[in-house]
Write a protein that binds this ligand. Structure first.
Ligand code: SAH
Length: 232
């Protein structure tokens, strides 16, 4: 993960010095006020969760000031942390209930994972890039959350822990992966951006029987692609 000892030291120092100051808390309130302007986000618990999670912990120090602007950012390995509004909107569509068993595909920075944990879900999250998996693990555990984090290919889901009440995919999938549909409970919800072009359509899929589902579309979003095979 680290090129050399110096890089490792800098990284350790960086995490030790991360603080959640009044300034950060103020910026977070401002971001929440902006998110509240979007009438699609009606679940107040989502705003409370945003208030609790220091988003700047998930970004490189150079971006701390911008961590609370409604933007996507590089998190390493060519990947991005989703826009706050996208995180809030996907969470809204997921209709998270306390105790829900949720599978997330694409741990990335770990920010969405923490939002789900904060809402009281039992979270299982998969990331295909080892570097990001390890980085997210450290931050999430520093924040005292205990989701089950796996390094692997999200197309396969986590059959050992299935079925799930909810599944959230945070990368653009060419179609609904059959293994994920299989691992969703009947009556469960999957929120997944589908499409191979620049934009994906946000879909909410409700599993109506082992072989059938209802699906609704919620507009265009831009995600990094869901790719097969892990990167060690
Ligand atoms: N939820 C993340 C979003 C990160 S971007 C956050 O809050 O930061 C999407 C992530 O999906 C990337 O980290 C990418 O590496 C990962 N990804 C892409 N294809 C995947 C797959 N097949 N299995 C698991 N993760 C995948």
């Amino acid at each position: 993960m680290f090129e050399n000892q110096v890089e490792m030291f800098v990284s350790k120092f960086y995490f030790c010095t991360m603080q959640d100051t009044f300034k950060h808390k103020g910026m977070r309130k401002q971001l929440i006020n902006e998110l509240k302007e979007d009438e699609r986000i009606t679940n107040m618990a989502i705003f409370e969760a945003f208030d609790k999670i220091p988003r700047h912990f998930f970004l490189d120090k150079a971006f701390v000031e911008q961590a609370y602007s409604n933007m996507a950012f590089q998190i390493g390995a060519g990947q991005t942390i989703s826009h706050p509004l996208t995180v809030a909107f996907q969470t809204q569509l997921l209709e998270v209930q306390k105790g829900d068993k949720i599978l997330e595909i694409g741990t990335g920075s770990g920010f969405q994972t923490c939002i789900l944990c904060q809402l009281g879900a039992r979270v299982f999250s998969i990331e295909r890039q080892k570097e990001l998996h390890l980085k997210a693990k450290k931050i999430i555990h520093d924040l005292n959350f205990v989701p089950r984090l796996s390094f692997g290919d999200g197309y396969k889901g986590l059959p050992t822990f299935a079925p799930f009440d909810k599944i959230i995919v945070t990368c653009g999938a060419p179609e609904i992966p059959p293994a994920l549909f299989e691992q969703l409970k009947v009556g469960g919800i999957m929120v997944i951006p589908v499409g191979e072009g620049v934009h994906q359509v946000m879909k909410r899929v409700v599993k109506t029987s082992e072989t059938t589902f209802d699906s609704d579309d919620f507009g265009a979003f831009k995600f990094v692609p869901m790719l097969e095979q892990v990167v060690k």
